[in-house]
Each structure stands twice: as structure tokens, then as C-alpha cells.
Design a protein around this ligand. Structure first.
Ligand code: WAQ
Ligand code: MG
Length: 261
């Protein structure tokens, strides 16, 4: 058997100073050419408009990717931003995150500033990321072909088989495998994408429809963290290659009681 070589493929498209889209994955050598084409094509169809510059990095992995399961997926039927905020507060506070930290996260995600990466907040809401403007980017995550097909099938049954959901679930699954991560809150920065999510290792990935009004061009991510060395966590988030090889159940609409009851 020939030795498998894995590559991290990362794409970033922009026009002037405006970020248009990004994507990444971990791929077998044989699939790299196809995926570079797919990423390029995708930027030309983006709702934020045509890119002037598309940067694609193809990098051989020096470490074998860690193989993990996805988090289970659920959807709440939140009717508006206030309902989504109430639901996320209940879920996040049930794992020990304070009201103050949750308020701080919502405040930062709705200020109108878009960071490239995620904020790190301790359970009291103190910001711990070294670069407060940029945040921490999670990279070097991917999904095997088999798991990707299974995920597409499961999401297809729910009518949500799109790359936004898939990529968010892959990112979440990497992030929440680290013991210092307690919870996460995410709002998309795409003006047309109004579903966000909240996640914890215990509860899974919980989609929150209508967390923002259509047309709002900003959003963000907040990771709530606890006890340990922030430097080591950041190294894990940025550099440890992680590959999803098994998909946990993906369920349709559930109630908040089903989640925390
Ligand atoms: N690492 C850390 N933070 C990131 C990353 C990353 N790799 N990518 C994006 N962010 C931050 C950044 O601040 C963005 O502004 C913000 O997250 C939102 O990014 O199941 O599309 O790519 O239907 O707009 C949720 C899907 C979609 C919900 C989230 O995020 C569902 C989404 P976006
Ligand atoms: Mg976006």
C-alpha cells in the first residue's frame, strides 16, 4: 500500500480590503487539484460579489490528522433574535458560563466590527485572545469522503445540506474536542444567512434560526474557555490537523427542553 499524503488546502477571496469568502479542508493528494478548482468556482458565485484576489494555500501536513467524531446536530425553532439569545443563554449558563460573559459575547458580536477569527472569553467574560482585532482562526480541519457523504445524506433529509452548515459543523467538532473549550456562540457575517448556533461538548451543535435580521453584514464567533494554558489552546486551534471520520446523529427541530431538560 502506498503511504497516504494529506494536504491542508485553504482558500481566501477578497476584493480590495473586503473579505468575500474562505474555505478549507484536509484532502488526499489525489483530490487536491479538484478541490482547488471547486474552491475557485465557489468564490465566483458568492453573494458578496466577485473576488479580485483568490489566495489558495496547498500545504503538505507534517503530522497525521487526529480522527474524531462530529458533534450531534439539532435545530431550535427560535423565532427572532431575542428568542435565540434566550436559548443560547440557557444552554451556555448550564455549563457554567456566567451571564456577564454571555452578555459580553452578544455585545461584541452585534457591534458591527467583523473579526477574522474568534474571541476567547473566560467564564467571567474577560477577553483572552492576544490579538483583539483579529481573534483566533481555527484552521487545519477537514472531513473524510465517507463522512462527508454521510453528513450530506443526513443534512439532506433535513433540507439543510449546504457548505455553510457542513463547514460550521466541522469547525465546531474540532474546537469542542479541546478540554479548555466550554461553549461557543456564532453568528454568520453573511448578510443573507440568519441562522447562527450555540455549541457545547455536552449538548452538541444547536442551530438558532433568525438569530439576526436579514441584511446585517457582520457577525462573529466567541469561544468560552476555562482553566489551562491559552497558548497551548491557540496552538491546537490553529495548527493541529483534525479530520472528522464519523458523523453523529443530525436531528430536525427539537425544543429547548429536549436539549437541557
Ligand atoms: N476560525 C475562527 N473564527 C472564524 C473562522 C475560523 N476558521 N471563520 C470565521 N470565523 C468567525 C469570523 O469572525 C466570522 O466573521 C464569523 O466567525 C462568522 O463566519 O447550521 O457562516 O463564515 O445553519 O460567516 C453557521 C451555520 C454559519 C449555522 C456560520 O460563519 C447553520 C458562518 P461565517
Ligand atoms: Mg461568512
Amino acid at each position: 500500500m502506498p503511504k497516504l499524503t494529506f494536504y491542508s488546502v485553504r482558500m481566501r477571496a477578497s476584493r480590495g480590503s473586503m473579505h468575500i469568502s474562505g474555505a478549507e479542508g484536509i484532502y488526499d493528494k489525489d483530490d487536491v487539484v479538484t478541490i482547488v478548482q471547486e474552491y475557485t468556482k465557489r468564490t465566483f458565485l458568492h453573494e458578496k460579489g466577485r473576488a479580485e484576489e483568490i489566495r489558495i494555500i496547498v500545504e503538505e501536513l507534517k503530522e497525521k490528522p487526529v480522527r474524531i467524531h462530529s458533534l450531534p446536530l439539532y435545530t431550535l425553532n427560535t423565532r427572532n433574535a431575542e428568542a435565540a439569545k434566550r436559548a443560547s443563554s440557557k444552554i451556555l449558563s448550564s455549563v457554567g458560563i456566567t451571564e456577564r460573559a454571555i452578555e459580553e459575547a452578544f455585545k461584541c458580536l452585534t457591534l458591527g466590527i467583523t473579526m477574522r477569527g474568534a474571541m476567547l472569553l473566560d467564564i467571567e467574560g474577560v477577553r483572552l485572545e492576544p490579538d483583539l482585532l483579529r481573534g483566533v482562526r481555527v484552521t487545519r480541519m477537514g472531513i473524510t469522503k465517507e463522512a462527508s457523504a454521510d453528513l450530506s445524506m443526513k443534512l439532506g433529509k433535513l433540507g439543510i445540506n449546504n457548505s455553510t452548515v457542513k463547514e460550521a459543523l466541522i469547525l465546531v467538532s474540532k474546537v469542542h474536542r479541546h478540554p479548555m473549550i466550554l461553549g461557543e456562540l456564532c453568528i454568520s457575517d453573511n448578510p443573507g444567512y440568519t441562522t447562527g448556533y450555540v455549541a457545547t461538548r455536552a449538548h452538541g451543535y444547536i442551530r438558532l434560526p433568525r438569530i439576526k435580521k436579514k441584511g446585517i453584514p457582520y457577525g462573529g464567533r466567541a469561544f468560552f474557555i476555562t482553566g489551562g494554558e491559552v497558548k497551548g489552546l491557540i496552538t491546537y486551534l490553529q495548527t493541529t490537523p483534525v479530520l472528522i471520520n464519523k458523523i453523529e446523529p443530525c436531528r430536525g427541530v427539537v425544543t429547548l427542553n429536549d436539549i437541557i431538560g
